[in-house]
Design a protein around this ligand. Structure first.
Ligand code: GDP
Ligand code: MG
Length: 251
């Protein structure tokens, strides 16, 4: 495995994924939903429950973190691995903590807020990110995806997909709309949370459980699929990227 995969205190190769974005975008919400989902679907893969470091008002003060074991795919030769999910504290005053949380990150999820009155905070956040990690992101050295949350907000109160593509080009994250399209997803943590919490109240609830009482993966509501997919895609991108590095270093 070489040292391309970092190892945790138990010596298990662990990849670090960080969610970066402005305050209130929904970063903590996404980690919360993902943790609930894993707990009901695959409790054996929850290595460390969600830890939140909050200030007295309930805002993220340093980071949130949870750690999961990677499911072993059929026929893969990958050893036991873990992925640690972090989200940064988005408020301006925590700028210095964000640098620390970003250290050693293997994959980056940018999470933005489409609400009209949050537009400037998206711009500030992306500019900060470009100053810190721009070179790694645009060169392909750091795998990343961009997620716009809160797509449940009425269209007249939020920015459009095109606005976000334009912004991605403007800050230099991508060079054109087709590149932006390949990195971009929209979702709603609120819809995902509501749909997930409504499931046990459904008449056919039992049909969604396997023989051990776990939620079947194919029973994920569409909103939950959309919320979990970027994390799962990014985890895959990071592993593929690292495997390429290992192959290159063995040649
Ligand atoms: N309408 C809507 N509100 C959301 C959504 N996700 C999160 N929120 C709300 O946005 C606020 C900030 O969420 P939080 O997860 O703490 O954001 P963070 O600062 O990025 O960690 C909270 O009031 C959430 O309830 C969503 O998908 N839709
Ligand atoms: Mg937060």
């Amino acid at each position: 495995m070489s040292n391309i995969f970092k190892r945790d205190v138990e010596g298990i190769p662990t990849i670090k994924i960080t969610i970066f974005g402005p305050s209130l975008a929904g970063k903590t919400s996404l980690l919360t939903i993902y943790s609930i989902l894993k707990k009901v679907e695959s409790p054996d893969q929850v290595y460390s429950e969600l830890k939140k470091i909050e200030d007295p008002t309930g805002r993220t003060a340093l980071f949130d973190q949870s750690v999961f074991t990677l499911p072993r795919g059929q026929g893969t030769s990958l050893p036991l691995m873990r992925y640690a999910l972090y989200s940064v504290a988005g408020q301006d005053r925590y700028r210095e903590t964000r640098k620390v949380v970003l250290k050693g990150t293997d994959g980056l999820m940018v999470m933005l807020d489409p609400h009209n009155n949050q537009w400037q905070s998206n711009i500030d956040s992306l500019k900060e990110l470009m100053a810190l990690k721009g070179e790694e992101l645009t060169s392909g050295r750091l795998p990343w995806l961009l997620v716009v949350n809160k797509i449940d907000i009425p269209i007249e109160e939020r920015k459009t997909t095109k606005d976000f593509f334009d912004l991605m080009v403007e800050v230099g994250l991508v060079s054109n709309h087709s590149e932006a399209f390949n990195k971009y997803t929209e979702m709603s943590c609120m819809d995902a949370k509501n749909d997930l919490l409504a499931m046990p109240r459904k008449k056919d609830w039992k049909e969604h459980l396997d023989s051990s009482g776990r939620l079947k993966r194919e029973s994920r509501p569409d909103s939950v699929l959309k919320a979990a997919r970027p994390i799962e895609m990014l985890t895959r991108l990071v592993i593929e990227h690292k495997i390429k590095l290992i192959r290159a270093s063995n040649q």
